[in-house]
Ligand binder design. Sequence first.
Ligand code: GRF
Length: 204
Amino acid sequence: MKEKKANIAVLVSGTGTNLQAIIDAQKSGVIKSGEIKLVISNKKDAYAITRAQDAGIKTTVITKQEYGEEFENRITEVLNENSIDLIVLAGFMVILTRRFTETFKNRIINVHPSLIPSFCGEGFYGLRVHKAALRKGVKVTGATVHFVNEIPDGGEIIEQKAVRVYPGDTPEKLQKRVMRQAEWKILPKAVETISERIIDNEHL
Ligand code: GRF
């Protein structure tokens, strides 16, 4: 087993099922090159915080209401204080500025519930993504893990997985299938891939 691990921070806003998938993958050994050191939520009532606490992970709440213009600076400060190597956006409902994404270039990854470049970019989040997929009538959708840059959902693709759309699907049904069959699988996998790259000091 490798001694050095990448220090991971997971940024969340909601229920945290993707965070749970990463926690579980760490426990089962799927993620072995990184360790979740910190969970940051921009919502004080996010259930993801409870999941992190239950797993014994340190949590911090940083809200725009409290920090205003200093919101991203505060996040940066906390990430640096904890020597974070890899930032995982797992249902983090905030679009980050170019300044932030450039500070952590090739160190931020996100999971998006479609096969990018379909149904992505500004305005495509949560159920809206699945509604758009059903409206278009696609037979296959899926999820993507990608690096985060200044363009929403525009960074380099790391992992993708396709999921069938069935007749009679509702946005809610499709969302659940995409999570279960794709997001919860490819996000932990990508976390391990990038953590390993970081500790091996590969050129990113
Ligand atoms: C997921 O569908 C993710 O792809 C999107 O937001 C949702 C978050 O769900 N970015 P959860 O908080 O991980 O349960």
